[in-house]
Design a protein around this ligand. Structure first.
Ligand SMILES: *[C@@H]1O[C@H](CO)[C@@H](O)[C@H](O)[C@H]1NC(C)=O
Ligand SMILES: *[C@@H]1O[C@H](CO)[C@@H](O)[C@H](O)[C@H]1NC(C)=O
Ligand SMILES: *[C@@H]1O[C@H](CO)[C@@H](O)[C@H](O)[C@H]1NC(C)=O
Ligand SMILES: *[C@@H]1O[C@H](CO)[C@@H](O)[C@H](O)[C@H]1NC(C)=O
Ligand SMILES: *[C@@H]1O[C@H](CO)[C@@H](O)[C@H](O)[C@H]1NC(C)=O
Ligand SMILES: *[C@@H]1O[C@H](CO)[C@@H](O)[C@H](O)[C@H]1NC(C)=O
Ligand SMILES: *[C@@H]1O[C@H](CO)[C@@H](O)[C@H](O)[C@H]1NC(C)=O
Length: 455
């Protein structure tokens, strides 16, 4: 195809995508989930330049960069807590004790290594940690970040002043007034706060991936696609299989929530189930495997949150599971997996102690994929009957492939039974066996594979 025709076609395609109101950025930025590392889960506020330089070296040395983990994201507590803003330019003042070369200096180091740098701020007066927030300073802050060489913004939701609080906020945890029929969350004050930063970022001549940390408030999944590239759907994650700790949730409650919202994810915009706790706390290896497999399957961003120095081979091998990463980053299918068999309630429960769905199906350029979660406290044989899997055909033979090991399991008719350890998740690719007639169809008719994405 001639370059000029291709360029025109791309412009036309961008315009088409824009008309569907997604935040479509140059060079495909944000088209598939972001991958990288963020400081919060491991270091909280105890950060400095050294932490990020060490992480960037390790991302390269451990082969994680080559697998796509390219964003190195600074979370809260990077600015000067007392001075806050320069009283002339109104710019946020970095903490030069923690970052002696400034944030721009760190960005240069990251870019020299082929990595990208992310920053953090808040759509309120202060961040969750009490540092300067960006509400009312969107243009000034976006311009500063752009000038510093920032590539990613995580935008939190603490300290919202009274005049910016929604009358009908909607919290996923409940406890909010019922809005009038037809209430438009896309016009909410929450959407306006996040929209103001989108506009400020778009006014810069630098592409900055935009991650909304709106905690599911004001039904962010209804307007997130036109505002950012991903949107947090709930409170924070913490490294526990189940349970709740204040505003933080363990893995199984989050998976229940993710299963309820399986269809809010696509190209250019997606539910964010929070950063990875793989390798943290007292999660077992199987629990970390389930965490990684399901976050990859739901097409949540894959942002590592563990200490890379001294990381064990076992944990590293989870983060390096190439076929799971490939599913998450698939260029043909933007949608995440759909649950189709349930251990718990149908549809998945808002009762967060209930078992989440056990069977999930999705499609990639390579075929159909089935994920089997064993949320029970003992090892189990988990059966997949091909005729029960939306998109697979009854009475055909299928080649079953293990996405964790990269090996074929064998050719099966009718179904396959897999031994899944306590709290582990099996990840299978299932293709029609060679010489077997028939085609595979996409499981979810509303997500017809699109040929319009040629990036
Ligand atoms: C940087 O932060 C790390 C992690 O909190 C800490 O171990 C280290 O001592 C700090 N270094 C400096 C120079 O402050
Ligand atoms: C402006 O900030 C500087 C420190 O950054 C301070 O020394 C100075 O007094 C401030 N000026 C005003 C007018 O607040
Ligand atoms: C765009 O970026 C260039 C450097 O790449 C800079 O010189 C210029 O001032 C920027 N323009 C605007 C409007 O920010
Ligand atoms: C997702 O499913 C829910 C309920 O099943 C439906 O109300 C909603 O419209 C669907 N979302 C999309 C984007 O189709
Ligand atoms: C967001 O918009 C893009 C482009 O139109 C579309 O492909 C994608 O499915 C949308 N995502 C969601 C979650 O609606
Ligand atoms: C570790 O797991 C146990 C139960 O399995 C739980 O009670 C405890 O709180 C966990 N500790 C941490 C630090 O997550
Ligand atoms: C939630 O689910 C658990 C486990 O299935 C059950 O024991 C409990 O009674 C349920 N709670 C409510 C409020 O339904």
């Amino acid at each position: 195809m001639a370059a000029s025709i291709k360029a025109k076609l791309q412009v036309a395609l961008l315009a088409m995508a824009m008309s569907a109101e997604a935040l479509v950025s140059p060079d495909g930025t944000g088209r598939v989930p972001a991958m990288g590392w963020n400081s919060w889960n491991e270091y909280a506020c105890d950060i400095n330049e050294t932490v990020f330089l060490e992480v960037s070296d390790l991302l390269v040395e451990l082969g994680l960069k080559d697998l796509g983990y390219t964003y190195v994201n600074i979370d809260d507590c990077w600015s000067n807590k007392e001075l806050r803003r320069d009283n002339t330019t109104q710019r946020i003042i970095p903490d030069y004790v923690k970052f002696p070369n400034g944030i721009d200096g760190l960005a240069k180091e990251m870019h020299a290594k082929g990595l990208k740098l992310g920053i953090y701020s808040d759509a309120g007066t202060s961040t969750c940690g009490g540092y300067a927030g960006s509400l009312g300073y969107e243009d000034i802050d976006a311009a500063a970040w752009s000038e510093w060489g920032i590539d990613y913004l995580k935008y939190d939701n603490c300290n919202v002043p009274e005049e910016w609080v929604d009358e009908y906020p909607y919290y996923p945890e409940g406890g909010y007034p019922t809005p009038p029929l037809g209430y438009d969350y896309g016009a909410s004050k929450t959407a306006q706060r996040y929209g103001a930063m989108r506009d400020a970022l778009l006014a810069q001549n630098r592409t900055i991936q935009y991650s909304l940390c709106a905690w599911g408030h004001a039904h962010v999944e209804q307007w997130g696609n036109g505002t950012g590239h991903s949107w947090r759907m709930w409170g924070d994650i913490y490294p526990s299989w189940a349970g709740q700790d204040g505003y933080s949730w363990g893995l199984m409650p989050i998976v229940n929530q993710a299963a309820r919202h399986w269809n809010d994810t696509g190209f250019w915009g997606r539910n964010d189930w929070d950063m990875l706790e793989v390798g943290n706390g007292n999660l077992t290896l199987e629990e970390s495997r389930s965490h990684f497999a399901l976050w990859a399957a739901f097409k949540s961003p894959l942002i590592v949150g563990t200490r890379l120095a001294g990381i064990s081979e076992e944990v590293l091998s989870i983060l390096r599971a190439r076929e799971l990463i490939d599913f998450n980053q698939d260029a043909r299918h933007g949608e995440g997996v759909m649950p189709f068999a349930y251990e718990g309630e149908v549809p998945p429960s808002t009762n967060q102690t209930a078992h989440p769905p056990s069977h999930y199906v999705g499609t990639s350029a390579k075929g159909m994929h089935v994920f089997l979660l064993n949320s029970h406290d003992e090892d189990r044989d988990v059966e997949v009957r091909f005729g029960d899997v939306p998109g697979l055909l009854r009475g055909r033979a299928y080649l079953v492939h293990d996405m964790w090991t990269g090996e074929d399991v064998g050719v099966f008719s009718g179904g396959v039974t897999v031994r899944v350890k306590r709290h582990d998740t099996a990840a299978l690719r299932i293709n029609l066996a060679k010489g077997c007639a028939g085609t595979q169809t996409h499981p979810n008719p509303q997500w017809t594979p699109s040929t319009s994405h040629l990036f």
